[in-house]
Design a protein around this ligand. Structure first.
Ligand SMILES: Cc1cc2nc3c(=O)[nH]c(=O)nc-3n(C[C@H](O)[C@H](O)[C@H](O)COP(=O)(O)OP(=O)(O)OC[C@H]3O[C@@H](n4cnc5c(N)ncnc54)[C@H](O)[C@@H]3O)c2cc1C
Length: 442
């Protein structure tokens, strides 16, 4: 069992998202063609796309819509593959062969899909679509961004390299050594988006039950019975979309990802002068550190950012807020005093290949995990793939194969906690070798 940090009661998004649609507990016996466990982006997008195809699934959620990572993430919607150097399109093509082209099209089209759903269903989630700034934290990191740019520009995606001077104009900071602007990206209130997806799925005819933890999923003849404390769904097929919160529903699924705990924090709203001086174009920003520094505004001018939990980082709120204050003041000295308002924890489901997998954990039961920090675009898009498959599309036509469960190597689980401090140490050494000051709050 992955140890979960406590629920983000002090989450910015819980304090600011519009209310969820009204849903109730699962009571008694229900039948449906498909039962979906988990009301995060994966489960909700699957239910939405299924309903649009005329298949009315039932979603069963242990807590509330968006309780997991979908309601507590950073809200960045960046439809590229991971920033890591070894996640080039060449790597994707080598790994996925004939599926690579549809997979790349799915991922690079995912912001269009997310913002399209937001417009179509009038989802109130502070949606902003102005692009993502990838910032080089040391001069050598520009090589990585140049390679990323070459990859995506060759696909015809809207993006451009940005020199140090323009980076200063776009960010208000003079600590970056250039950057890459990926224009087809945006950001949003993640819980607002999850709740909006739930409302859209209901509108299209799906059913959603909350406060209904699935305790077991068992075969009954040719069907599956998905049981909660007060009811059960009998369905031909089951989708387990429990992300990093997998456990009771299908315990073996926990072996298929490494859970990395993340602490997120949000400042109080900045005043107009600070807002005009810091990320004035309202881009979301991610830098090239091994543990990236990601930051964005919410819809009320609060800056929100996060760190991987390791040692006192993340686990000790006061310590982490001081570290993040140093980081913000080093990056933007003009920010002045920083007042933190919200602080919450959550867990990411990481696969070594940094892409989600579709596991057939039993005949007719799919388990979907491994978004590795890219769920806003990727889980939304994958919902359409899963719906296509359940609607009758051939497995060969899918951009991601359906496979037997593949556990992550033990080392991946360790890497999360142990390797990150080592990568930071190595990166600080490289920064010193460049003759630069190590960023404060690093
Ligand atoms: C701190 C953080 C920051 C992130 N930032 C970003 C970002 O900026 N951009 C981005 O694209 N992605 C980001 N991600 C990743 C993204 O949030 C996830 O990939 C995505 O939300 C996964 O969605 P999901 O539906 O698969 O899982 P989840 O949203 O975790 O949903 C799983 C649901 O299953 C439910 N569940 C579990 N067990 C049961 C059970 N037995 N019975 C019933 N229900 C059950 C849980 O309660 C939960 O609601 C971030 C993740 C974290 C943790």
């Amino acid at each position: 069992m992955v140890r979960q940090p406590h629920h983000g009661a002090d989450s910015l998004w819980a304090a600011t998202a519009p209310p969820a649609p009204v849903t109730g507990r699962l009571e008694g016996e229900v039948t449906a063609p498909i039962a979906i466990v988990g009301a995060g982006y994966t489960g909700l997008a699957t239910a939405l796309y299924l309903a649009r195809a005329g298949i009315k699934a039932v979603v069963v959620e242990a807590e509330d819509v968006g309780f997991g990572a979908s309601g507590r993430n950073g809200g960045h919607c960046t439809p590229t593959f991971h920033f890591r150097a070894d996640h080039s399109l060449a790597t994707i093509r080598a790994q996925y062969g004939a599926r690579a082209a549809p997979l790349i099209a799915l991922q690079t089209g995912a912001a269009e899909r997310v913002f399209g759903l937001i417009a179509q269903y009038n989802i109130d989630c502070e949606a902003v679509r102005v692009g993502c700034l990838h910032a080089a934290h040391r001069p050598g990191a520009m090589r990585l961004l140049e390679a990323k740019h070459a990859d995506y520009a060759a696909l015809g995606r809207p993006c451009r390299l940005v020199d140090k001077a323009e980076m200063q104009t776009l960010t208000g900071a003079n600590v970056f050594h250039g950057g890459w602007l990926y224009e087809d990206a945006g950001h949003l209130n993640p819980l607002g988006y999850a709740r909006g997806l739930a409302a859209a799925a209901l509108q299209e005819g799906a059913r959603i039950f909350t406060r209904s933890p699935v305790a077991k999923i068992v075969r009954t003849g040719s069907n599956w019975r998905v049981t909660t404390p007060s009811g059960a769904v009998t369905a031909e097929r089951v989708v387990i979309a429990t992300g990093a919160y997998s456990g009771a529903a299908w315990p073996r699924l926990e072996r298929a990802y490494a859970g990395i705990a993340i602490a997120s924090a949000a400042t109080a709203p900045l005043d107009a002068a600070a807002r005009a001086a810091i990320l004035p174009g309202n881009h979301h920003l991610v830098d090239t550190r091994p543990e990236p520094f990601g930051i964005k505004y919410d819809g009320h001018g609060r800056l929100t950012t996060a760190v991987v939990v390791s040692g006192r980082r993340g686990a000790d709120r006061g310590y982490t807020e001081r570290l993040l204050t140093e980081r913000l003041q080093w990056t933007w000295p003009q920010i002045g005093a920083v007042r933190w308002q919200h602080y919450w924890l959550c867990t990411i489901d990481v696969r070594p290949e940094l892409l989600p997998r579709l596991f057939e954990v039993a005949p007719g039961v799919l388990g979907i995990v491994g978004f590795s920090g890219r769920g806003v675009p990727t889980a939304t898009a994958l919902g359409s793939v899963v719906a296509d498959y359940l609607g009758g599309a051939s497995e060969h036509a899918l951009p991601i194969p359906i496979e037997p469960l593949r556990p992550v190597p033990r080392l991946t689980k360790l890497a999360a906690r142990v390797m990150m401090p080592y990568f930071r140490f190595k990166d600080r050494r490289a920064i010193r070798r460049d003759g630069l000051e190590v960023p404060r709050g690093y």
